[in-house]
Design a protein around this ligand. Structure first.
Ligand SMILES: *Cc1c(COP(=O)(O)O)cnc(C)c1O
Length: 394
């Protein structure tokens, strides 16, 4: 049933693998670049080459790639603070940003954007995953303080469509035509290598424990984009006047290079797993988003289970089918920042790494589980069989 869908994912993986390999060649990546450094990390060639490699792969001028970037949220926050100055306004065309960013962009306290007199405004996505470019253009015309337009490609933990790359690029073209000086930023988390091209934004940001790390990179994030902006952001990542001259990592960079090399294939596996999951739950009569045959721009799969019991069964089946911590039983708990309890399954090699098979969601009606990742399609099959076996027995 999914043969054609899987073939599409194969085709994209082949294209992206070629793109990555070509970038390795053009950057002249050599054995010595795998070595690490200590202390300040002056002239750390492995670090600098890794940035160059990501920039080529993402088709940008420059990139910061670092294990010192602690998470995706840290990467996005660093980029925002690097580019914005007091009095500036950000306009999001994809509604409210990902949960963990809300304390950074809306809430006063702790040195958030509002603490520095920087405002974050958002306009909602239109039906069918369309961006409201007309409203954005009107707002930018009226408010000269708007310096950055912001997009979140993936759905995050919302029952909404993810935004496909061509939709983001069309919006960028229209906005740049009227306002050539506006800076664009895309939260690219979960999106890398799902399509043949990445969004053509001025700044692209993502996490290395998701798609581009392939489950091999142990931590880190990337910020890729225009040279001038990346330079400015590097002065926020470390210090003004010092920027990317420093930053060491003694363990070396082999896992980051290897992660990028494997990423297109691993993303393909995750996509096959997501489409299969969608097909299985469609056949059980559940609402899923996206559908098994839909075009995808990220690796997430949302399933409306409509029952607390099924939600526990599915997350427990995922946990039980994991290589690490398979003996653990997921229970709903009161997570900081959420209104209802949240249940999470993740038996991953890299702690919290969600390019590995994971499933989670808030315990509230209509009981939506978000499933993503899967380094191997075979593991996703085991988890689905585990769930079906229990459910059908019942
Ligand atoms: C994962 C993710 C982030 C960043 O999350 P971290 O947990 O801080 O790495 C931001 N946006 C989206 C859409 C994400 O999926």
């Amino acid at each position: 049933m999914l043969k054609d869908t899987f073939r599409t994912f194969d085709d994209i993986a082949e294209y992206n693998n070629y793109k990555v390999l070509e970038a390795f060649g053009e950057c002249g990546i050599a054995a010595r670049h795998m070595s690490g450094s200590t202390g300040y990390g002056y002239s750390d060639e492995g670090r600098d080459k890794l940035g160059e490699l990501f920039a080529r792969t993402m088709a940008t001028e420059s990139a910061l790639v670092s294990p010192l970037i602690a998470s995706g949220t840290h990467a996005i926050t660093t980029a925002l603070f690097g580019v914005l100055r007091p009095g500036d306004v950000v306009l999001s065309l994809t509604g409210k940003p990902y949960d963990t960013l809300r304390g950074v962009v809306y809430k006063s306290g702790g040195g958030s954007l509002p603490d520095f007199g920087i405002q974050f405004n958002d306009i909602p996505i239109l039906d069918g995953g369309k961006l409201d470019v007309q409203s954005a253009l009107e707002l930018i015309k009226k408010d000269k303080r708007i310096k950055v337009v912001y997009f979140q490609r993936s759905r995050g933990y919302e029952w909404r469509a993810s935004i496909i790359v061509s939709e983001i690029n069309n919006a960028l073209r229209e906005i740049r035509e009227e306002f050539p000086n506006i800076i664009s930023m895309v939260d690219n988390c979960y999106g890398e290598f799902v399509e043949k091209e990445e969004p053509c934004a001025d700044v692209l940001i993502g996490s290395l424990i998701k798609n581009p790390g392939a489950g091999i990179a142990p931590t880190g994030g990337y910020i890729a984009g225009k040279e001038e902006l990346i330079e400015r952001i590097s002065e926020r990542l470390t210090c003004p006047g010092i920027g990317r001259e420093i930053g060491s990592y003694q363990s070396g960079y082999i896992q980051f290079y290897q992660g990028l090399f494997f990423a297109p294939g691993v993303v393909r596996n995750a996509l096959c797993g997501a489409a299969l999951t969608a097909a299985v739950f469609e056949s059980l009569g559940c609402d899923v988003s996206p559908g098994s045959h839909d075009f995808r721009t990220d690796i997430t799969q949302a399933i409306k289970l409509c029952s607390a019991e099924r939600m526990l069964e599915l997350t427990r089946a995922v946990q039980q089918s994991s290589p690490i911590d398979s003996m653990a039983t997921p229970y709903p708990w009161d997570m900081p920042g959420y209104q209802s309890q949240v249940v999470m399954a993740a038996g991953t090699f890299v702690q919290g790494g969600s390019i590995e098979l994971s499933a989670d969601g808030p315990m509230k009606d209509p009981f939506i589980v978000f499933m993503q990742g899967g380094l191997m399609l075979e593991q996703v099959k085991v988890a689905l069989l585990e769930y079906l076996d229990k459910a059908l027995r019942k």
